[in-house]
Design a protein around this ligand. Structure first.
Ligand SMILES: Nc1ncnc2c1ncn2[C@@H]1O[C@H](COP(=O)(O)OP(=O)(O)O)[C@@H](O)[C@H]1O
Ligand SMILES: [Mg+2]
Length: 253
């Protein structure tokens, strides 16, 4: 088992956001979590990365059989967990290339050679059809919504994670950019068959390009239903309101 999320509970402003949330991901699997706005999908991704504003009340996060609850965000990133955030941060005064070379050196535990690094970064920029000046610009400063999303995938390509979490990577991307981004993700998965992917979305458009093994519907703080791709298209037709809390259903029986 690569990642086990076990009975996670989190409250924000006294509101239960994750309420006994569990999910298991094996190496090489592609999972999708769909759910209405405000269900806690982004919260889940931040909890996995140990974002300082999101403290678990209960539950455990297990990576390759070991609890990582006490690990910092940096330590989790070094394990090979990568989060492409729904709203990527802008960092003034730090260039994309500087940031990435540092992050990569940290992850590999040695300084990555500048020429080797630049070659790889240039290749990734070409693959993503980004403009060359992205190398030298401050992280995400003045980037369009689509450029920010591509920049997240650029980081993914260089950092070579074992688990990729994509939080609404499809929002803000036009049709052509979404296609390019998905081609890059698929290529990465083909080249790294042990890598796993968790796509978080409220819209099944991305699933035209990336084929999931499992589709989960999240509502009221947990996964209510799991199926295959057909479940995602069913939701597109019927909406989320037909999905009921499984524990409530059980209690009515
Ligand atoms: N830092 C925070 N402080 C307080 N409430 C928050 C915070 N982050 C998210 N929330 C609330 O938690 C709920 C879930 O948010 P989020 O995880 O972003 O949902 P989703 O990504 O599914 O749309 C929302 O009601 C949101 O307002
Ligand atoms: Mg969100």
């Amino acid at each position: 088992m690569l990642l086990e999320l076990k009975h996670l509970y989190i409250k924000l402003n006294d509101k239960k956001i994750l309420d006994d949330f569990s999910l298991t991901i094996q190496p090489g699997e592609v999972h999708v979590i769909m759910g209405p706005n405000g269900t806690g999908k982004s919260t889940l991704s931040k909890v996995i990365m140990n974002h300082p504003a999101y403290h678990l009340e209960q539950g455990d996060i297990v990576w390759n059989g070991k609890s990582i609850l006490s690990m910092s965000t940096d330590e989790r990133a070094k394990l090979g967990i990568f989060l492409a955030m729904q709203d990527p941060l802008t960092i003034e005064g730090v260039s994309n290339s500087e940031f990435l070379r540092t992050a990569l050196s940290e992850k590999e535990g040695k300084t990555v050679g500048i020429f080797e690094f630049l070659q790889e970064m240039n290749q990734a920029i070409q693959d993503l059809k980004m403009s060359d000046d992205m190398l030298h610009r401050s992280i995400n400063q003045g980037f369009s919504g689509g450029e920010r999303k591509k920049n997240e995938i650029l980081q993914m390509k260089l950092l070579k994670p074992q688990l990729i979490l994509l939080d609404e990577i499809d929002s803000g991307l036009d049709v052509d950019s979404l296609k390019i981004v998905c081609e890059n993700i698929n290529q990465y998965l083909n080249e790294n068959p042990q890598a796993s992917l968790l796509i978080i979305t409220h819209y099944p458009r991305i699933l035209d390009y990336i084929k999931p093994d499992y589709v989960h519907i999240m509502k009221d703080g947990k996964i209510q239903k799991t199926g295959d791709l057909s479940l995602a298209y069913e939701i597109e037709k019927t909406g989320y309101h037909g999905i009921n809390d499984v524990s409530e259903l059980a209690s009515h029986e």
